[in-house]
Design a protein around this ligand. Structure first.
Ligand code: SF4
Ligand code: SF4
Length: 140
């Protein structure tokens, strides 16, 4: 009983921290400049934090049916799955451009950038307006 209660406390703490972490990237303030070169790399190599196996992937697809267009193509050094979209053409262009997913429309979003980095050679550049060190000072 005590064990279950502690697990519940852990779960609540994780949910709260996840929620708070969302706002860190918003407060940091990034400016996204320049433009897409249409190379298609971001459609062929993407990953989702904490998606470690086939089972997690299926759950994610059930929650977000739009993600059925993705297939597993590997794993990074931390075990997070790497995906590729079935709808990117050999020319690097989206074959479902008009109906692409919100995450594609927003790319590169601040939140995505905060958890990772852009692909080598990507035409976009992300310029932080506030360095993380500064953010820590401001937020104390
Ligand atoms: S839907 Fe289009 S833009 Fe989105 S990942 Fe697939 S190919 Fe890329
Ligand atoms: S990696 Fe960058 S330049 Fe290439 S398609 Fe994606 S957003 Fe465009």
């Amino acid at each position: 009983m005590k064990k279950r209660f502690l697990k519940l406390i852990d779960f609540i703490a994780i949910v709260i921290n996840e929620g708070l972490s969302y706002f860190v990237s918003e407060k940091l303030g990034y400016k996204i400049i320049e433009e897409c070169k249409k190379c298609g790399k971001c459609c062929r190599y993407m990953y989702s934090l904490d998606t470690f196996g086939e089972k997690d992937f299926r759950i994610m697809q059930r929650i977000y049916p739009g993600y059925r267009r993705f297939k597993i193509v590997g794993q990074d050094e931390f075990g997070n799955l790497i995906f590729a979209c079935r709808l990117v053409g050999d020319d690097g262009l989206c074959r479902d451009y008009e109906d692409r997913l919100p995450l594609c429309r927003k790319y590169p979003a601040k939140k995505i950038y905060f958890n990772g980095k852009l692909h080598e050679g990507c035409g976009f550049k992300v310029v932080p307006e506030v360095e993380f060190k500064e953010y820590l000072k401001i937020s104390q």
